[in-house]
Design a protein around this ligand. Structure first.
Ligand SMILES: [Zn+2]
Length: 323
């Protein structure tokens, strides 16, 4: 075991790019007009479906965020762990592919549909790795500024024990898992995980199958998400397989199309905000119109998403004015 631990080197390099990182308080100032997002209730009794992505690398589809899995000589590691009630099913799915338990859990960001299994995996001895801000958010009591609901701190076992500000690498199962922080994108806690040799990328909720949920209450911004996509697109190729936070497996062309859609919608909203239009007027202008069939999905609520984007772009305009 000791030898194995020596083999598994986690290197963290703080590059200090002036982005929201460990030195800043976790909760950004609330935007009072952000519409409350009613997340659809997750269905019960969802099975885990395991799909092979590359040799030794799998995606587990179930309830909540898609899980990346690597199995091999060093053991098993998972990227995200859905909800607490899915843990027995996740363990069973891993056990079909690995005799060893889960050594590492990597959290792409703080949300409960990606970190709900942390308590059980952490208590069983898995080492949890995430961005500095995941530990800050999960380790302290929070209040959702959109609805004043208290969000209590998570148990000690659920907290990441290795955190980093910008990048880190996990050398595991004969590959290099490169973690990169994407500042103020879906949240202020996002990382993506790239299997360098296998050319597989897990993007967490920075890339999903539908219109994005940009969580302004935890530091997410529309501009940051677009910048994140540009950063990722510059580093991948046509053979890269992308695990989305939610939705089917993706590729570079689909990420490019998603990015281009966001730029069109963002620019339309920014223009209306700059022209002094109200939130209702921006919602009525329907800046998402031609994209709704492709990205709208069953639970898409135009007023809710455009309303949030309006608040985001109003704040972005204010920031630009102050500069
Ligand atoms: Zn999320």
């Amino acid at each position: 075991m000791k030898q194995q631990i020596r083999q598994i080197l986690v290197t963290a390099a703080a590059l200090g790019c002036g982005t929201l990182a460990s030195s800043q308080a976790p909760a950004p100032a609330p935007a009072p007009t952000v519409p409350v997002v009613q997340m659809p209730r997750p269905p019960e009794n969802v099975p885990i479906e395991t799909v092979n992505v590359a040799p030794g690398i799998y995606v587990l589809f179930g309830k909540g965020g898609n899980i990346g899995l690597t199995v091999g000589a060093d053991g098993a590691a998972i990227i995200d762990d859905q909800f607490a009630d899915m843990v027995p099913k996740i363990r069973a799915a891993v056990a079909l592919l690995s005799e060893k338990p889960v050594h590492f859990v990597i959290n792409t960001h703080l949300h409960g549909d990606h970190t709900g299994g942390n308590d059980a995996f952490g208590a069983a001895g898995a080492v949890i790795i995430a961005h500095d801000n995941v530990r800050k958010f999960l380790g302290s009591d929070q209040v959702n500024p959109a609805n004043n609901q208290a969000i209590p701190a998570r148990a000690k076992e659920a907290l990441p024990v290795i955190t980093f500000a910008d990048t880190a690498t996990l050398h595991f199962n004969d590959d290099d898992l490169e973690f990169t922080h994407l500042p103020n994108a879906h949240t202020a806690t996002d990382i993506i995980v790239r299997f360098r040799k296998a050319n597989v990328l897990h993007m967490g909720d920075c890339f999903t199958g539908g219109f994005p949920f940009i969580d302004g209450n935890t530091g997410g911004t529309f501009d940051g998400l677009i910048a994140a996509h540009e950063k990722v697109l510059a580093t991948i190729d046509d053979n890269t397989r992308i695990i989305r936070g939610h939705g089917p497996l993706g590729n570079k062309a689909e990420l490019q199309a998603y990015h281009d859609m966001l730029v069109v919608v963002r620019d339309r909203i920014a223009k209306l905000v700059k022209a002094g239009k109200s939130q209702d007027q921006v919602v009525e202008a329907r800046p998402t119109r031609e994209f709704e069939e492709k990205y709208g999905g069953g639970s898409f609520n135009a007023a809710q998403w455009i309303g949030r984007a309006y608040v985001d772009q109003k704040a972005a305009l204010e920031r630009r004015k102050k500069k």
